[in-house]
Design a protein around this ligand. Sequence first.
Ligand SMILES: Cc1cc2nc3c(=O)[nH]c(=O)nc-3n(C[C@H](O)[C@H](O)[C@H](O)COP(=O)(O)OP(=O)(O)OC[C@H]3O[C@@H](n4cnc5c(N)ncnc54)[C@H](O)[C@@H]3O)c2cc1C
Length: 399
Amino acid sequence: MSDLESFRAEVRDWLEKNCPPEMRTPYDGQTQSYWGGRKRHEQDPIARGWCERMAERGWTAPTWPREYGGGGLSRAEARVLEQEMARIHARPPLASIGLMMLGPMLLETGTEEQKREHVPPIVKGEIKWCQGYSEPGAGSDLASLQTRAEDRGDHFIVNGQKIWTSGADTADMIFCLVRTDPEAPKHDGISFLLIDMDQPGVTTSPIRLISGSSPFCQTFFSDARAEKRDLIGTLNGGWTVAKRLLQFERQGIGNMGNRNPGANAPPPLPELAKRYCGTRDGRIADPLIRDRVARLEMQQQAIQKTMARSGDEAKAGQNVSAATSSSFKLIGTECNQAKFDLMTSILGAQSLGWEGDGFEAYELETTRQWLRSFANTIEGGTSEVQLNIIAKRVLGLPD
Ligand SMILES: Cc1cc2nc3c(=O)[nH]c(=O)nc-3n(C[C@H](O)[C@H](O)[C@H](O)COP(=O)(O)OP(=O)(O)OC[C@H]3O[C@@H](n4cnc5c(N)ncnc54)[C@H](O)[C@@H]3O)c2cc1C
């Protein structure tokens, strides 16, 4: 038996013993992913237990170094873990901005003290992070941000406002871009700070969406305190750190369509189309739907292979460039939107449900994911912004 095969057997056995049956079931539209954080004891104890067991092995962050709580797995081993989790329809143990964005950046850029303080709580789901980049006057033109931090010796005092801060009302900490030198050219006066949300100087106000939910907040800083040891990178050197974190964010968002689809995922596209549109000679009966399915399948395959190649290049020491992460973000999110658009065409009226017995769980999930996919080409930088980066960095076109 090869090393990888015995690893697979071990993982299968461990998951069988440790993944509770409730964590192998579809989300019912009401249950949320488990986000951890200081208020985690108020969340579903079964989901919390599942996260804690996975975190003990470092498998919430399978490829991160063991010394910071990660699993220390190779990419091949991490793929095996993913496949074995998908096989039993295991829910991801932890949904976390810390895992997707801040942790990878800290592992690269943080000091030893910063890594030891902040990375293990991310792996264990003990601290829930949110991202304080956007402001009312600074979205695509992020470097125009106005939130200010003044140097007060051993700490900073922060004043200003952020917007579209996902999950801020339940987050424990925020990583934040602040202006520390108002006189410098706009990209050169920005610093990257970690700020505790649990203090009187930080308040949030949820933004209610048409669906009734409030995934976003406005976040206000009024003489909030940030510790000097929580400055990441150099003073006024935050723009470089911010861009690197955006690369992780963009790759993560671009890769959304390739994630473990979960227990209530619909069948693969060709099968779904055959089920709803019927077959002729074993093929999807509707030629227009058949053509769209074939095109999308080819595009998804191409993206997956290109991403895998880029992952191998990164492992071999070739840094993933901003242009690459922008390309993945652009093509991955456009493809994800096209997929859900096609799925709603295939499902017809069955894609218009919100709840009730007349719909399969995967039909309801498709409706929600279709609506959510509209935001994919905005969050983490819009498609137009990615096109601008590609035009400049890849094609060398003038401004
Ligand atoms: C689901 C979701 C979650 C988010 N979560 C967070 C979060 O947690 N933290 C956070 O800080 N932010 C968050 N954001 C904000 C997000 O980063 C911004 O919405 C995004 O960067 C765009 O900024 P804006 O909304 O101000 O749009 P604007 O910058 O005002 O853009 C409006 C339109 O103009 C176009 N445009 C702007 N400039 C150019 C240009 N130079 N060339 C061509 N076209 C241009 C844009 O493409 C867009 O179509 C989130 C957004 C969404 C949708």
